[in-house]
Write a protein that binds this ligand. Sequence first.
Ligand code: APR
Length: 226
Amino acid sequence: MKITVLTGAGVSAESGLKTFRDSNGLWEGHNVMEVASPQGFSSNPELVLDFYNQRRKQLLEVLPNAAHLALASLEKEHDVTIITQNVDDLHERAGSTKVIHLHGELLKSRSTYKEDSVIDCTTDILLGDVCENGFQMRPHIVWFGEAVPLIETAVEIIAKTDIVLIIGTSMQVYPAAGLMQYAPENIPVFFVDPNPSIDNSNRITIIAEKASTGVPKVIEAIKEIK
Ligand code: APR
């Protein structure tokens, strides 16, 4: 079966990475637009680079949790694609092989000038670090107000899926939040989140639990689906 998994910050919460909207709209003490928008980068590039440098360091210190591992194990039986809003690499480290990062990847960088100049990056990006054309490097992250290049790929995948799992996302940020409208009607949809934001409907089975316990339960439920 084709399974599409939509994940958000909640799937990585138990690894020790903070979610966004659980902290009063502040992100490590910053207004989101200050550190995650092109305007924020223009007005204070050092602050923005430092913010992502700290997050990159933190990411390198944490590990995938039981939810990431359970999702990776689903690949033994099914054709699984993970469409994540997360910029961490915990799904890949857990062993998932098909992961689409809608909002970019923290362990990659690119030139501020060319979107297709993406390279691996596990160290700090500093003001003055430039690409071969002399343009400042920046994290390979999709900031608020920027296009989401992989959204069309994600739409194509969800349009052909047999099952959807949604895990740990407040489903508030578009276009990711609109992806469900492209899923085929009447397929099973499971939503794991201790504080689910989606209205209860016949279509969606809600498991109001943390990802580490909720995801294994969904995987058991999938075994019953023929
Ligand atoms: N297990 C599962 N879900 C959890 C857990 C957990 N242990 N802890 C918290 N959650 C849930 C919260 O209840 C909430 O619904 O995770 C969700 C996190 O929501 P957000 O913080 O809004 O994160 P997300 O939906 O991924 O945000 C989307 O917003 O700031 C931007 O670009 C950023 O990709 C991000 C996007």
